[in-house]
Design a protein around this ligand. Structure first.
Ligand code: AMP
Ligand code: MG
Length: 330
């Protein structure tokens, strides 16, 4: 049975209070963070958290990130050694509030629904003022994955949330488009040498500037971060192919959509099929990425050729999302 999803206006403080009241009652409320919109629930209530999995169709083995106001609120949710606590404090001082989720051993009272049965929990403090205002009014951490049906591109506007979760959640707190545009970086702080489980809004090099070199081994991370095993970011019914500029030029007269940078776009000139000109910098590209995936979905093309970004650290999170949008594996 679909339910009516209320749209709350975050520019009105009483509507933020209303969102907090709904969360206190154990309801699901989508809210803006600086990365993407999150689907919030009381992170200390197994019952409320279970609703997130039902509404998103999220696989039960994919753990959730807890959102808090500050490092002081995060520390009691972990059972960390003094070295781990010190590293978490140092990273939080440099990057919180911000797009960095830290994984450490979970305190015993964290519901297994949040951790998906793992003995660790990922926590971050979001920088968005509306997320911070909401957290201040809730006396609990908010469990909040991206506010989209599982497998779909993440939402960077309230209308993206409405598109896939409308009728499935109690309310959406509309605070306009998000600024970072891709999810947080997930960093495992348990090993002696920490490692990134998922690339995101904070780059590896800006973490290394704070705590020294990270373990760059890629393969074991898949097992450690269950979310990476699942389908993600895929526009429905569209084949996404990642190609270099030359291969795309060779196919310019095909009826595929193309998403590329200005240089290739001007070479290609006018075409019958749609062309999306992507921003030059990684930060602006990230902010535009999911919106573009939704536009591609609405354009009616059956295939889109996406110009391959450079294989450098600052593009790592974008490359990861594009590769997974292009993957046909489950
Ligand atoms: P989402 O909230 O949908 O953006 O996804 C959260 C990501 O964080 C997924 O890739 C999860 O696998 C990862 N994650 C959350 N909690 C943990 C944890 N305790 N250990 C490892 N990865 C985690
Ligand atoms: Mg997600």
């Amino acid at each position: 049975m679909p339910i009516e999803t209320d749209i709350l206006d975050a520019s009105d403080p009483t509507q933020i209070e209303q969102a907090a009241a709904l969360l206190r009652q154990g309801e699901l409320v989508a809210f803006p963070t600086e990365t993407v919109y999150g689907l919030g629930a009381n992170g200390t209530s197994a019952e409320a958290v279970a609703k997130i999995f039902a509404a998103k169709g999220r696989p039960a083995d994919n753990p959730l990130i807890l959102h808090v106001g500050s490092i002081e609120q995060a520390l009691p949710l972990w059972q960390a050694s003094s070295l781990q606590t010190q590293r978490a404090r140092t990273l939080a001082a440099a990057h919180w509030p911000g797009a960095l989720s830290l994984v450490l051993p979970a305190a015993k009272f964290i519901p297994t629904e949040v951790t998906a049965g793992l003995d660790s929990v990922a926590i971050r403090a979001p920088a968005h003022p509306i997320a911070q205002a909401l957290l201040q009014q809730c006396e609990f951490p908010l469990a909040a994955p991206s506010a989209n049906l599982s497998g779909r591109p993440s939402p960077t506007t309230a209308s993206h949330v409405q598109k896939t979760l409308g009728g499935r959640i109690t309310a959406i707190l509309d605070g306009g488009p998000t600024s970072v545009g891709i999810e947080s970086t997930v960093l495992d702080l348990r090993p002696e040498q920490p490692r990134i489980l998922r690339h995101g809004g904070i780059s590896a090099s800006s973490i290394e500037q704070v705590i020294g070199s990270l373990n760059k081994l890629e393969s074991p991370a898949d097992a450690a971060s269950p979310g990476l095993r699942h389908h993600h970011y895929q526009p429905i019914g569209i084949k996404v192919e990642l190609l270099g500029a030359e291969s795309i030029s060779d196919l310019w007269d095909s009826d595929s959509g193309i998403a590329c940078w200005t240089e290739l776009a001007s070479k290609l000139g006018t075409r019958n099929a749609p062309l999306w000109v992507m921003p030059d910098t990684a930060a602006e590209y990230a902010a535009a990425l999911y919106k573009t995936l939704y536009q591609i979905e609405e354009s009616g093309v059956v295939k889109v050729l996406v110009e391959l970004p450079p294989e450098t650290g600052e593009w790592a999170a974008i490359l990861d999302r594009l590769r997974r949008a292009a993957s046909s594996e489950g």
